[in-house]
Design a binder for this molecule. Sequence first.
Ligand code: CA
Length: 233
Amino acid sequence: MSELGAVVLIVEDEPQMRKFIRASLMSHGYRVIEADRAAQAVMMLTSHNPESLLLDLGLPDGDGIELTKQLREWSQVPIVVLSARGREDDKVAALDAGADDYLTKPFGVNELLARMRVALRHGQNRDGGSAPQVLEFGELKIDVVRREVSREKERLHLTPIEYKLLLLFAQNAGKVLTHRQILKEVWGPAYATQTHYVRVHMAELRKKIEADPSRPKLLVTEPGVGYRLRDRS
Ligand code: CA
């Protein structure tokens, strides 16, 4: 399935913002449905079954973070939250609640489209389909069957933790992962607050996979939120 024609539900109470998003998505071949309240969003999600959700965090009848938690009890629809500038805590809370990604207002059309592409691709992966056995990110190659990683054809020697970290990012390419999510997946739920583990091991991993670890091009930092492996697109 291509992204074209995908139905996106916009949940946003500001008419100007809704209009901008609608026009941007429709001019790129998406179909758009809209809600301006949390309650309406839930109804439209069940009645229209959209392929992706763009969710404003500040809604008149509720909070987008709570809504994300609620939706995640029964829906795996990709959720991209729209947050106000400087509200890093909100973004982290939304991601931890199960959102897939975020956009910080104001954002441009290209950023919106890039986030939508990643979200839709993750939605499709969730729906099944066989995962590739070799993941490639520029010069970096991960053979998930042999558990081998190479860069520019040279074999890299990763520790088990570094490999787990890299694989987690590779399987979530393009998507931001919070410190809490990384800790839960790689070390286990009991370690969810040990953020220094992430910093230390990310630094080691970057030394091995980045051409210039002080200017990472693959594993980029999302300030105040977490990290993201740059997608191929
Ligand atoms: Ca709002």
